[in-house]
Design a protein around this ligand. Structure first.
Ligand code: 5GP
Ligand code: ZN
Length: 124
């Protein structure tokens, strides 16, 4: 299958952490310092296709990634998110969790966090 994330797992390329079911690596086009992706080793499209075991494996890596990023970059907070489907902005069709460190002052007004994504269509 022609999937850039499956290829990374196969080649163990840029691996930051891995366990039996999941794999973590730095985003190639980071939106902030330390932006990391966590993926299941099995090729599925979205979060909703994951088994409970895969969710647990990704959470285990998320905790390791946080510990690592806290030590390396000292962020003040995190945005954690998954884009599920083209309409939601997903561009790589292998499920991935974004771990995005946030720093006080990195944008003028961070209020709302991931909710800002849908500002344009917000009902309120
Ligand atoms: P999406 O928009 O699908 O939620 O996120 C895809 C993510 O994959 C983006 O943040 C993008 O920067 C990242 N990405 C795309 N191609 C590569 C690559 O070849 N290597 C790495 N490390 N990240 C990639
Ligand atoms: Zn894949």
């Amino acid at each position: 299958m022609d999937c850039i994330f499956c290829k990374k797992i196969e080649e163990k390329k840029e691996c930051l952490f891995e366990n039996e079911l999941a794999f973590a690596f730095f985003d190639g086009f980071p939106v902030n310092k330390g932006h990391t992706l966590i993926i299941p080793k099995r090729h599925v499209k979205t979060f909703f296709d994951l088994t409970k075991e895969e969710v647990a494996a990704m959470k285990e890596l998320a905790d390791k990634v946080k510990e690592y990023l806290d030590k390396e970059y000292h962020p003040d907070g995190y945005n954690v998110g998954l884009n599920c489907g083209e309409a939601a902005g997903q561009t790589v069709m292998h499920c991935h969790m974004h771990i995005i460190p946030r720093y006080v002052g990195d944008i003028e007004n961070p209020r709302g966090g991931v909710r800002n994504i849908i500002k344009g269509i917000s009902l309120y």
